[in-house]
Design a protein around this ligand. Structure first.
Ligand code: CA
Ligand code: CA
Ligand code: CA
Length: 320
């Protein structure tokens, strides 16, 4: 994949502008998650310790070499939209490939984790003279409130698909289009659009288009900040494990949170204060969040000790 000097210059000047305004960018790529996925569970979440404006979401897409539609043709970002009337997201002039942009609402599960994306609209080309895309809320935008939404970037003509369960049972669900394709303008929902969550992203007619680098320019978008009193271990709205947020419980690293709360239960029942942050700083680096804390920690309490031995002995015998 090559970047044109023009695009690099555009991105560089945009970066200078972004720095001047001091808003954070969301980069899809981090050390633990190099690519944003296509459903909420594996989307890139734009999260901050406070609610601050997000100016850009950046990343890359690429077309798979195999016939199976996989690869990196879709990137989903979960953010907070602060004003649905003034919201916009655009790749016009800031992507080196033919993009599509989509807007979805996002529902959270009982553990405060993103679980389902529901398509609102999408756009292929912002006008007849560009392959860049722009999405806003459909009119009337007042039908939508501020909250958690997903912004999705895809390669050309890649569309959201739901799975429609068989009404009679005994047969697999069928892939169902959620939006009516349009080359320009905001796309409208199909009859299934409001009823089925997004499960798959598939190019129209199966024809894959080229990927590349993008920078989605955002208006009226903020990070998702910790919600007072409602934090969970590993939750989307939980604060960082390494900084104090005394009015919200738990922290965003599941294993770290479990360990710290086993040492000081108030971190999970009252709030994540300085003591909790210090416990995390001292102990969590040896307790990675992406895997069980340590081999042998059968009850996942962050330590290998007698209770794990008891767990093992209680299950002694042949596995059936
Ligand atoms: Ca990507
Ligand atoms: Ca991706
Ligand atoms: Ca396009």
């Amino acid at each position: 994949m090559t970047k044109t000097p023009t695009l690099l210059a555009t991105i560089a000047s945009a970066a200078v502008a972004a720095a001047a305004l001091a808003g954070p960018d969301i980069d899809e790529s981090t050390s633990t998650q190099p690519d944003a996925g296509g459903v909420p569970q594996v989307a890139k979440v734009g999260k901050g310790t406070t609610t601050s404006s997000v100016l850009r979401a950046t990343g890359t897409t690429s077309t798979p070499s195999s016939a199976v539609i996989g690869g990196d043709i879709v990137d989903m970002f979960i953010v907070r939209v602060s004003n649905t009337s003034t919201f916009s997201a655009t790749t016009v002039g800031s992507a080196d490939f033919d993009t599509m942009l989509y807007l979805c609402s996002v529902t959270l599960d009982a553990s405060n984790q993103p679980s389902q994306a529901w398509i609102i609209t999408g756009n292929d080309n912002a006008s007849a003279t560009t392959t860049g895309s722009t999405v806003t809320f459909p009119s009337p935008s007042t039908a939508y409130g501020p909250g958690t939404y997903a912004i999705v970037v895809t390669t050309a003509r890649t569309m959201p698909i739901g799975l429609n369960p068989s009404s009679t049972g005994g047969t697999p669900p069928t892939q169902t289009a959620l939006l009516n394709y349009a080359a320009t303008g905001l796309m409208t929902q199909t009859a299934s659009g409001p009823d089925l969550p997004v499960k798959l992203w598939i190019p129209l007619g199966g024809a894959l288009a080229a990927g590349g680098s993008y920078s989605v320019q955002l208006t009226s978008v903020t990070t998702i900040s910790p919600l007072g009193g409602s934090g969970y271990c590993g939750g989307i709205s939980s604060g960082s494990c390494y900084t104090a947020h005394a009015t919200s419980r738990g922290c965003d690293g599941y294993q770290c949170c479990q360990l710290v709360c086993s040492l000081d239960s108030a971190c999970c029942s009252i709030g994540w204060d300085e003591t909790c942050a210090e416990l995390a700083v001292q102990n969590c680096p040896s307790c990675p969040d992406t895997a069980p804390a340590c081999l042998g920690d059968l009850n996942e309490d962050g330590a290998v000790d007698g209770s794990d031995l008891g767990e093992m002995l209680s299950r002694w015998g042949t596995c059936s």
